[in-house]
Design a protein around this ligand. Structure first.
Ligand code: MN
Length: 303
């Protein structure tokens, strides 16, 4: 059944994630290959581990792969992509805090746009484990391929490497050695970082039972919670006495403004709305003009 696994894994009373309307999926599937292309997105997800969820619209749902290190613009850098359950098309614009349960953590809409298969038969390509396609997002563009390294398409659990694919950039004008996850780390939806998303939602949600406890992700989450508490504290009335991070009680906008970034943040928080940081990309809502160039000196693919 469509989206069965997605629904099984989630309690929609406890998560803000979309439940996935089967009628929407059916209507979307009928749309077929729209002239404007199929939807794609990448969601940066800080859960028990930081990863990037790469999603391609196909037949009314989002085919999904979890990419631990995120996409690389360097064709020599092949990124592991674990095939996971299909997600509803409505998930494609989701950004927010999953307080508990499956995928608990913070989801950021890191990139979105359209994709075009470079093959005639997508089903056959998926079955074969070799899907070539072109992306037109804000951050990711040009030709890419997903190659399966083990197992069979659609094999449910399998374990081992049955779900393992590699996400690889093809050599073209959009390839390059800039680390795109470092260069453009922020949301294309809210222009914010994880702490902004958390601060805007429920900064005190993980007083206990943090989704990432140890390691890199745990340390990252601890910092984010602290920053979110400071952002929240700077927004207006003092943070509640039971504020999660002890620093929230003493933090002031001035304290947060000890760095240039902090100043910008404090100012934008005062203004009531997070503004894009300098290193974030601007969002070209209607224009096709690229906002991030792998190389400023190269011209767009013309062949
Ligand atoms: Mn995820």
């Amino acid at each position: 059944m469509v989206l069965e696994k997605y629904k099984q894994k989630r309690n929609f009373h406890a998560t803000p994630e979309p439940a996935g309307d089967l009628e929407v999926a059916a209507a979307r599937a009928k749309k077929g290959k729209a002239a404007e292309g199929l939807f794609f997105c990448v969601q940066k997800h800080l859960a028990s581990h930081l990863h990037y969820d790469f999603r391609l619209e196909y037949k009314g749902v989002l085919l999904s792969w979890a990419v631990p290190k995120g996409p690389s613009l360097d064709p020599k850098t092949k990124r592991l992509a674990m095939h996971v359950e299909d997600h509803p098309i409505e998930y494609g614009t989701f950004e927010g805090v999953i307080p508990e349960g499956y995928g608990a953590g913070i989801v950021m809409l890191w990139d979105q746009g359209t994709w075009t298969p470079e093959v005639e038969d997508v089903d056959a390509a998926l079955k074969k484990g070799d899907l070539k396609f072109t992306l037109d997002g804000f951050k990711l563009k040009g030709s890419w391929v997903l190659v399966r390294t083990g197992g069979r398409w659609g094999s449910s659990s399998g374990g081992g490497d049955a779900r393992s694919w590699l996400l690889i950039k093809h050599r073209d004008d959009w390839a390059g050695d800039v680390d795109i996850t470092e260069f453009a780390p922020l949301s294309v939806k809210s222009q914010g970082n994880f702490e902004d998303i958390l601060a805007a939602d429920r900064p005190d949600v993980w007083k206990s039972n943090r989704p990432a406890k140890g390691g890199e992700a745990g340390a990252m989450l601890a910092t984010i919670i602290e920053r979110a508490a400071r952002l929240k504290a700077g927004k207006g009335p003092a943070a509640p006495a039971d504020s999660p991070a002890t620093t929230a009680k003493t933090a002031t906008p001035k304290a947060a403004a000890t760095t240039r970034a902090g100043k910008a943040k404090a100012a934008s928080v005062k203004a009531g709305r997070a503004k894009p940081a300098a290193r974030n990309v601007k969002r070209p809502a209607t224009t096709k003009k690229p906002s991030v160039r792998a190389s400023a000196t190269r011209s767009r693919k013309s062949s």
